[in-house]
Write a protein that binds this ligand. Structure first.
Ligand code: CA
Length: 233
């Protein structure tokens, strides 16, 4: 059973999310504060977490950063009353996989959690997807170990979130090919994803910080203006 952590101080919203998740077959851990959420997470690992931003004590952004520091596999959705683009970008740049603005549709939230859990399952080598015979993809000084889900640059492992890893997988499978942002969105977030393509740009920016020598002068993840991105190993 997939386990989801819900951190939200407004009881009615937290219960609404938890109830719907339980009806959909998830195990749910509920926390009214970030501190309690961390406590629960240290006892039991979760497949996904839904984090409110405005919380008493530690806020959702700090919580997201703290969780991400220890766990690159967990799927994180930030849930916030703030609809500002800058908040959205901030949430994604500190390691969230997705962002939803309140008021939100519970069915949409469920769809997004389901998509996140599918990714986490695929990442942990669930038998549903047959493992490809070749699990190490090489491109220039990079090696992508699909079985261990690790990217190496010059032999050094680079810590990637699942979303970042999947983007790299797409690149490695399509070397030298310009990938339109919508294709990256579909390939990584799934066909039924409702979000916009900006989430691709944010993840690309984060990836560049991790793999480029000079993130502002990328040599590996190249921008194809008005279209998308191209991998150059
Ligand atoms: Ca709140």
């Amino acid at each position: 059973m997939k386990r989801v952590l819900v951190v939200e101080d407004e009881t009615s919203i937290r219960e609404l999310i938890a109830l719907n998740l339980r009806m959909a077959g998830y195990e749910v851990l509920e926390a009214p504060t970030a501190e309690r959420g961390l406590e629960l997470l240290s006892a039991q690992r979760c497949d996904a977490a839904v984090l409110d931003v405005m919380l008493p004590g530690m806020n959702g952004f700090s919580l997201c950063e703290t969780i991400r520091r220890d766990d690159s596999a967990i799927g994180i959705i930030i849930l916030s009353a703030k609809g500002l683009e800058s908040d959205k970008i901030r949430g994604l740049s500190i390691g969230a996989d997705d962002y939803m603005t309140k008021p939100f549709s519970v069915s949409e939230l469920l769809a997004r959690i389901e998509a996140l859990c599918r990714r986490v399952a695929r990442a942990s080598g669930a038998p549903a997807d047959a493992a490809p015979p070749e699990t190490r993809l090489v491109s220039g000084s990079f090696v992508l170990d699909e079985k261990a889900r690790i990217l190496y640059k010059d032999g050094q492992p680079i810590d990637l979130t699942q979303v970042e890893f999947q983007i790299m997988e797409l690149f490695f499978q399509n070397p030298g090919t310009a990938l339109v942002r919508e294709k990256i969105l579909e390939g990584v977030w799934g066909e039924n994803y409702y979000g916009d393509v900006k989430i691709v740009d944010v993840n690309i920016r984060r990836l560049r910080m991790k793999i480029e020598d000079e993130p502002s002068q990328p040599k590996h993840i190249l921008t194809v203006w008005g279209y998308g991105y191209r991998w150059n190993g």
